[in-house]
Design a binder for this molecule. Structure first.
Ligand SMILES: [Zn+2]
Length: 486
């Protein structure tokens, strides 16, 4: 107490006899409302000073400070948030390789993240060499790109679902595969659905032994509770939760399914059975396990939504589609897309919509149990999961599941930083952290859709203002304005 008193006294004496303090930086944002994503509160009327790529100083704008900065941004009435992260992205989705995308077409996805406020992504499966190329192009100032953490290829079973995956034939190869991928420079391992149980256990135990993170699809043969107990750091898309929390179908039921001759009909009936027998009591104890083991969940709600309501969403998103490279414009149609088959079957679409409504309930209940969430879009093969804008859609979907705007905003800012253990440098608007920032015209804590109202983006201290954002978007649109040729 005495110390505090002494400091206050010293401050008054010094303040009284000093002229105004001088502060120098490269960029000064004045009179801005700082969104503190940690407390979910706004700190009004602040001056934020940036030096190169770092936030040098933040203080009340009414202080007696003499600023000198190369660039001053008047931000009265605006709101500043940390740069957003897309924690489930596939800018080089192997599922789309069949469309023969050109490298420069994939490159053009990168700036679309940044101009929409997404300054970091977790690449959940693709060519690691391409990610290394993007990082290099960014460092050389040749391409506006987000920061990228990457999985490299998917780890799948002996007959992988998609091109480009590593199919592991036997548990005995687990160590060799993991070591070789780490040597290639991946940041974490991505487990995939068809990985056989014994191989999953071999991979997870070796990864735990060497302390290397692994995330991904809970495999078909592993319940989510066991994936959590064996340390899968994040689980994607809420996969397999319904199966673990529903009744186990009887042998008679499974035999009756075999008699149904179409695959979609069988899958519909099985999902219908599980939806009807889903037990919230089982789910609650499962969510308790997620909480106990600090397992992150990346539900990609907006992906499920776009899949279920594709036709309606396609007409709403018609302007956004123009920014896509031709191979993606083509792949996001029922003519080519694996996820858009059977759109003429009402029973199939009905099941997708029922699943989505259950996913919202799952996320709500998990949030009440304080399970940790990450915002991910699944941009890539999945239709209408747009680069950048997909994160805004995901945050909106989180609020439909009952998260407050502040809780939703955390899933794309502070939580990704905590997930990667880079909170010293990322995740909040704080002194000493990287200047990856987004200036919004309206308060995102009042309505999460205000993250769409982007005034400018700051990436590593470099300002991309409204004019530049407009120019970048226009040029991407023009460069992409030709028909797809397979
Ligand atoms: Zn994915």
């Amino acid at each position: 107490m005495r110390n505090i008193f002494f400091c206050a006294l010293l401050f008054l004496i010094l303040g009284g006899c000093q002229s105004s303090e001088k502060l120098m930086g490269t960029v000064l944002v004045t009179h801005v409302n700082v969104v503190d994503v940690e407390s979910g509160k706004v700190i009004p009327d602040q001056n934020v000073l940036i030096q190169d790529d770092t936030i040098l100083d933040i203080r009340s704008a009414d202080g007696n400070v003499n600023y000198s900065a190369n660039r001053v941004i008047q931000a009265e009435g605006k709101f500043i948030i940390p740069g957003l992260w897309d924690m489930h992205a596939h800018p080089d989705d192997p599922e789309v390789w069949r469309m023969h995308p050109k490298q420069e077409e994939k490159d053009r996805l990168m700036p679309l993240f940044v101009v929409n406020g997404v300054t970091g992504i977790r690449d959940m499966g693709g060519d690691i060499k391409l990610v290394q190329r993007w990082r290099k192009l960014y460092e050389d100032g040749a391409l506006l790109a987000p920061k990228i953490f990457a999985a490299g290829p998917l780890l799948d079973g002996p007959n992988p679902m998609w091109d480009g995956s590593v199919g592991i034939n036997s548990p005995e190869y687990a160590k060799q595969v993991v070591d070789s991928l780490i040597a290639e420079g991946i940041d974490f391992l991505k487990i995939y659905s068809l990985l056989p149980r014994e191989t999953y256990l071999a991979v997870s135990s070796y990864a735990n032994e060497i302390g290397f993170p692994f995330v991904g699809h809970v495999p078909y043969t592993v319940p989510p509770s066991e994936a959590a107990e064996t340390g899968m750091k994040s689980q994607e898309h809420l996969l397999e939760i319904l199966k673990e929390c529903a009744d186990t179908p009887s042998q008679e039921f499974m035999q009756s399914l075999e008699a149904v001759d179409d695959r979609i009909g069988r899958s519909n009936q099985l999902n219908d059975f599980r939806l009807n027998t889903f037990k919230t009591s089982k789910a609650d104890s499962l969510y308790g396990i997620f909480k106990k083991y600090n397992i992150w969940h990346c539900p990609t709600l907006s992906m499920w939504y776009k899949n279920a309501w594709y036709e309606e969403e396609l007409s709403k998103d018609s302007d956004l589609v123009d920014y896509l490279p031709p191979y993606l414009r083509a792949y996001w149609t029922p003519e080519h897309n694996d996820h858009l088959q059977n759109r003429d079957r009402a029973d199939y679409i009905d099941i997708k919509k029922r699943l989505y409504r259950l996913y919202l309930e799952m996320v709500k209940a998990m949030n009440e149990k304080e399970v940790l969430f990450l915002a991910g879009t699944d941009v890539g093969a999945n239709p209408l999961c747009h680069p950048g804008v997909g994160v805004h859609n995901e945050l909106e979907a989180f609020t439909h599941a009952g998260l407050s705007p502040a809780e939703a905003l955390k899933t794309a800012t502070l939580n990704p930083a905590l997930f990667f253990d880079i909170q010293e440098k990322y995740g909040t608007v704080s002194m000493g952290k990287m200047a990856d920032l987004v200036l919004l015209n309206e308060n995102p804590l009042e309505d999460i859709n205000n993250v769409r109202e982007i005034n400018l983006v700051i990436r590593d201290g470099q300002v991309i203002d409204a004019t530049e954002i407009g120019n970048i978007k226009n040029s991407i649109k023009m460069e992409n304005a030709y028909p797809w040729k397979g």
